[in-house]
Design a protein around this ligand. Sequence first.
Ligand code: C2O
Ligand code: CU
Length: 584
Amino acid sequence: MAYDPSQMMITNKFKTPASALRFLLLSALYFLLIHAANGKVHHHKFVIRSAPFTRLCSSKNILTVNGQFPGPTLKAHRGDTLVVKVYNQANYNLTIHWHGSNQVRNPWSDGPGYITQCPIKPGNMFKQIINLSTEEGTIWWHAHQGWARATVHGAFIIYPKRGHTYPFPKPHAEVPIILGEWWKEDVMEVPNVANITGRQPNTSDAYTINGQPGYLYPCSKKDTFKMNVDYGKTYLLRIINAVMEEEIFFAIANHKLTLVGKDGLYLKPIKTDYIMITPGQSMDILLEANQRSLGHYFMAARPYFSVDGARFDNTTTTALLVYNNSHKHHKKSPILPNLPPYNNTQASTIFTKKFRSLATKTHPINVPKKVDTHLLFTFSVNLLNCTHDKPCNGPFGMRFSASVNNVSLVHPANIDFLSAYYYKVPGVFEMDFPKKPKREFNYTADELPEYVLGTSPGTKVLVLEYDASVELILQGTNVLASDNHPIHLHGYTFYVVGSGFGNFDPKQDPKNYNLIDPPQETTVGLPKNGWVAIRFKANNPGMWLLHCHIERHASWGMNMVFLVKDGPTPQTQMIPPPKDLPKC
Ligand code: C2O
Ligand code: CU
């Protein structure tokens, strides 16, 4: 639906010139906000409500947007604006996040509960405005409160600017492939149970492709997603990992995949037999339908899981790639692709190391060459003692926790961080999040001192000056057990300039940085027992969450918040809060 400027005309009569002026100013502000990018404006209605679904031989109600699972696909062109009215008709406090959109100057519409807004209460509505800027490709949206995102998520497709083309031949058609997870139990209860016991949350019962578990699960033959193709044509797969808990290997039998974009940013094409995609990531992949001997082929997805001894859902979800007009072969059963073994870190690394930006005239990069703000964050899974008011019986009679620089983020209960900052409410957060670990240790050693096991809860934010050139080293640790952590930053895209295993070496490792064509990402897989160096310019004022996109780690506290100060001019400052911003 196109935006109609005549709606902005003043039709009311105003009693006082002051109120008329106020209205004019507000209208002008709204007008500027939604026209800043000078693309089209799309209006959408998202109604979050529960709806019955049957999977794996049983039925239950799940949270949905507009009754759909996965939810509706949003489509826009680069530079467009979306106005989404989010109605909460469910029984939970909820929010929606537009994962991979930068929300320039507008953190108010970002969505993480208690960080940039209070949740939308049942019965209420919040109008979120997404001003697209440089995003192009596939991103997605999902709930950002509790574990609601397990079923409340969908694709968000951003085409090139009108009149512009893809940096690759135009595909015949495009197909979103959303990887998800299914729990037989009520997924909203999973974190509550884990919180009481202090143990690992229950694992899922199935993975899904576009909401369907597929052939290999009980009662699921019919619940298999099918993608029809014509021989000789090329298709654009828009793959999103909306799984809560696991990184995923994905492949299609007998077919090569060509990765051309990630997280809504283009990459130099990479030909591959399989992909490793972390929770939070999205990938644009070209698929050439160039096989016909069998007529149909399985695509399959299962976890990449590298933690020794921990439980995980080790099942495999499948969908069918079906060639049109080749019925004679359909009686033969389709074949499964070769996927790397679950714990094959090498397979994950080989694929991930290939990412490169286009770095061309039409798609230039702008990686900060000089750094003025050096940060080093450790990401650990920790253990805490059970207490009187919080009894538990997790590992060693303790409870799981997780941290960034040994701080486990706890959010306020009655206000969000951003409002507290904007309205200068004291006592809600501290501004002393550590720029590096308080106590250095050999992060990735086999044997670690006992004092590194604990963590402390905190409401600390890290303050960045406007336009700071930031280099942030993400450092994995072997505390308790090392794991791959998909680290996601809200409000920004960043350049991944380096990565490796072991401890980051500030003398040697920067020598091998890629400052020529580093990939731009919004969610980066921090390798098990390794490090990643990212760079960005802190030019988007607001409060922005950084967290692990593995849900149990985030639930345990592996989150932190950046406070990026306003710049000197009105154009470099965050906009004021919308009138309908939810209250706690
Ligand atoms: Cu995909 Cu903080 O989110
Ligand atoms: Cu993690």
